[in-house]
Design a protein around this ligand. Structure first.
Ligand code: ATP
Length: 288
């Protein structure tokens, strides 16, 4: 059984179709990243799965339960890091984490969780005195304190410095190793590539592509970009057979090929190409 199952989900706000028939299965223990431009429908889809919003039609199941009918025992198996931080009044970091631990039947050790998000030095600081990135780390601590089976992360690392982001990835890697199912929304493609087994690209309320980060959008079979420098300046060529081109270049230059690089499309290149293709299809559809 999938930990998360979504079939043909739709949601409309006034005359705006925010979700236009989304279907997605997330296997037990899998991490799937939702990618997509601002306003694509990622938060709407996630919040329906968390039971915070109603879908207009379609089917959603999380741990086998329709989120609209989830009871407290079901909710205790979820960890949620929303896009915006919760209001924690004047609680310190430790007070907040201990407070939230009480809601769960088998919480993790609060001090261990605080350490795992790198906030030990701020244990006694009031939450409203934390920096933006530190506050976000506290949100993550509150999301994982209950040892969730399914963890929803909506742009969890916004405001993190690069070191904090790496530390966060280690924390998520550890949760994955323990079998936690994760639905991650992020605008950081490197993060999706590092953490997710599959990525789903959402645009205009629809999933336009879903595959492993290395295969999505034909990335693994896409053209390589070979660049070098010759007397005419910087050169670059797209090719399906980079080895042949490099051999050709090697015979042209007496020694090393100047500034040679061979690059496969990054996840970002592929993601942007998918969105361009989607925009072209929408335009052509609108014209016909
Ligand atoms: P972002 O990357 O900016 O977080 P998103 O993909 O999460 O975007 P959503 O927040 O799901 O996008 O919003 C999808 C669309 O629905 C947007 O056009 C948004 O303006 C609209 N929308 C979201 N919530 C509401 C609401 N409560 N009322 C009306 N429109 C809404």
């Amino acid at each position: 059984m999938s930990a998360i199952s979504v079939v043909n989900l739709t949601k409309r706000y006034g005359d705006h179709q925010a979700l236009d028939g989304i279907s997605l299965e997330v296997a037990d223990g899998e991490c799937v990243a939702l990618l997509g431009p601002n306003g694509a429908g990622k938060t709407t889809a996630t919040e329906i799965l968390e039971g915070y919003r109603h879908a207009d039609s379609g089917e959603a199941r999380v741990l086998g339960v329709d989120p609209q009918n989830g009871d407290l025992a079901w909710r205790a198996r979820l960890g949620i890091v929303l896009q915006t931080s919760r209001d924690l009044g004047d609680l310190t970091v430790r007070e907040a984490v201990r407070h939230f631990a009480r809601y769960y039947p088998s919480p993790r050790d609060p001090d261990e969780v605080i350490a795992s998000v790198g906030l030990t030095e701020k244990t006694n600081a009031r939450n409203d005195k934390l920096s933006g990135g530190q506050r976000r780390r506290l949100d993550v601590a509150l999301g994982v304190i209950g040892s969730p089976d399914v963890l929803f992360l909506d742009e969890p690392t916004t405001g993190f410095d690069p070191e904090a982001r790496r530390e966060f990835w280690e924390l998520i890697d550890a949760l994955k190793a323990a079998g936690t199912t994760i639905l991650l929304t992020t605008h950081y493609l490197e993060e999706a590539e590092h953490l997710a087994e599959r990525v789903a690209v959402i645009a205009s309320g629809r999933i336009i592509a879903c595959d492993t980060p290395s295969k999505i959008g034909g990335r693994n079979s896409g053209e390589a970009i070979v660049s070098w420098v010759d007397e005419g300046g910087e050169r670059s060529e797209r090719t399906h057979s980079p080895t042949r081109l490099v051999n050709e270049l090697a015979s042209r230059f007496p020694g090393e090929i100047p500034d040679l690089t061979v690059r496969r499309p990054t996840l970002e290149d592929t993601y942007l190409a998918l969105l361009d293709e989607h925009a072209d299809n929408e335009r052509n559809g609108a014209q016909s």
